[in-house]
Design a protein around this ligand. Sequence first.
Ligand SMILES: NC(=O)C1=CN([C@@H]2O[C@H](COP(=O)(O)OP(=O)(O)OC[C@H]3O[C@@H](n4cnc5c(N)ncnc54)[C@H](O)[C@@H]3O)[C@@H](O)[C@H]2O)[C@@H](O)CC1
Ligand SMILES: [K+]
Length: 550
Amino acid sequence: MGQSLMVELLTSAQMRAIENAAIANKTVTGLELMERAGRGVVDAIFAEWPELQAAPHRAVVLCGPGNNGGDGFVIARLLKDWGWEVEVFLYGDPAKLPPDAKTNYERWCEMGGVRSELPSDLGSKPAVVVDAMFGTGVTRPLTEPSDLYWAVYERWAVSNRSVHPFSDPVWVAVDIPSGLCSDSGKELEEDVLDGGALHVPAHLTVSFHRAKIGHHIANGPLVCGKTVVADIGLEGCSGPLEDAKHPPEGADGCCPAVSPSEIVHLAGAPRDLGKEVADHKYSNGHALVLSGGEGKSGAARLAARGALRVGAGLVTVGAPPSGMAECAAQLTAIMLKQIRDSKDLQDVLEDKRLNALCMGPGMGVGRNTREMVLAALASEYPRGVVLDADALTSFADDPAELFAALHHTCVLTPHGGEFARLFPDIAEALNATPTKGPAYSKVDATRAAAKRAGCVVLFKGPDTVIASPDGRCALNSAAYGRAAPWLATAGSGDVLAGIITGLMARGVSAQSAAEAGAWLHVEAARKFGPGLIAEDLPEQIPAVFRDLGA
Ligand SMILES: NC(=O)C1=CN([C@@H]2O[C@H](COP(=O)(O)OP(=O)(O)OC[C@H]3O[C@@H](n4cnc5c(N)ncnc54)[C@H](O)[C@@H]3O)[C@@H](O)[C@H]2O)[C@@H](O)CC1
Ligand SMILES: [K+]
């Protein structure tokens, strides 16, 4: 229950391993892959802007020193064959191009010229600028190449995404906008005072075989524009390599085997969340959400509402004496029980029908919360435990004490600040300005945190990453067609914690509940749209379920 159909996202090393395996198996040659990649870009341009296919236009193609540049030469040739006027710039020495790129450079040279120097007059305005400078091979910050890059960019002021072909050039990135790390979605930056964005935001990014993680996390969605993935005939090649111990060597000698457990997935629509006709309320579990005292119970009530709407059979709020009146005045379908401290909690948890717990929202930071969390985690009966907000911050002084108690049916749901309190060294590595690629990513950080904590970690953001200690990892991206900017509102995280708790009460495993919960949370926000506040989120879940056919 709750498992979704998911799309694979690859790292640059995994993509290289897949390509190299296909080439080594003689499934395809590198030259043919490059041809398909170039054709995929041209097809994607014409699909995106059919006007450009109708009549010849002018294109500027910026080629770099590697295979990304090789794709650029193919694109130049195909557009020229289509009757376009094409101007090609090359950054780097043609003699040092890798073999397939060199072949395509030579093929292009039979049709047109290549300039390496930035001319004072860049000629008439093109309809399309193709960025084929650097792809998955960018390993250090852009410096000199960015001069050419920016000159072209500034000359034609590609200033916004609502450009119309014929009036402003469209900027098309081959594989990934140059300078963006395809593993981390970060820009590799020079360690200089005026270091800053050196990539150019694209209107369209055309990647190959699979999207890369960097298209979906950190700055990726901000700079890729629309991302499409062209099929280059590698389907069926991304499974485990036949001999994982002896992967084929890449150009740089570094080529890990691609095993399914290493691949990150994009979270998709969860399946099987409907209820059976014969179900009764006890078949769908009983969630307990712990609350803070007077004036502090709103967060727990939001979480409880999320748990109930997502289908937990019963939901109880546990409140200290000072919070009872407020909760009683506000709750109807949700039950209420007085729970003052860890002793009360232990007594309540004697009831094994309480199979999922949500702790943290509004509970307060301090000893009482810490003791209650430890009591819940020490309980011998295995139940789902979602820890958020104050339940995480209460362990800021001694995260190891929390990690020692956590187990595989727990989910931590930190935002950036809470993550840094529990995993300061990991957060520091994640937040450092990268100067070398592939850079340390939010995926790497969340996987490291899950391993250390010994449970599922859901690291929130528009690029929410969910990882298990065994390395299973999914990304729930609220970007591109799923952007949900109104979700950044007070109480939204409390509802998410409740949704995950409700799913665990229904028997969904920790990782699947976190993935499905994050997906449903974004969909609920998108269903409501502008003006969303946290109270609206649980109320949109029925409509999201209806769309899912649940
Ligand atoms: N390997 C293959 O078979 C295929 C690769 N394809 C293309 O090849 C790309 C990957 O090619 P490469 O691995 O050659 O990598 P790139 O073409 O992305 O760049 C590698 C080159 O750039 C240099 N470099 C890296 N960062 C630099 C910087 N900041 N400043 C200056 N030079 C820098 C490297 O030393 C190397 O020479 C993909 O993104 C994709 O576009 C496609 O043609 C499909 C097939
Ligand atoms: K590129």
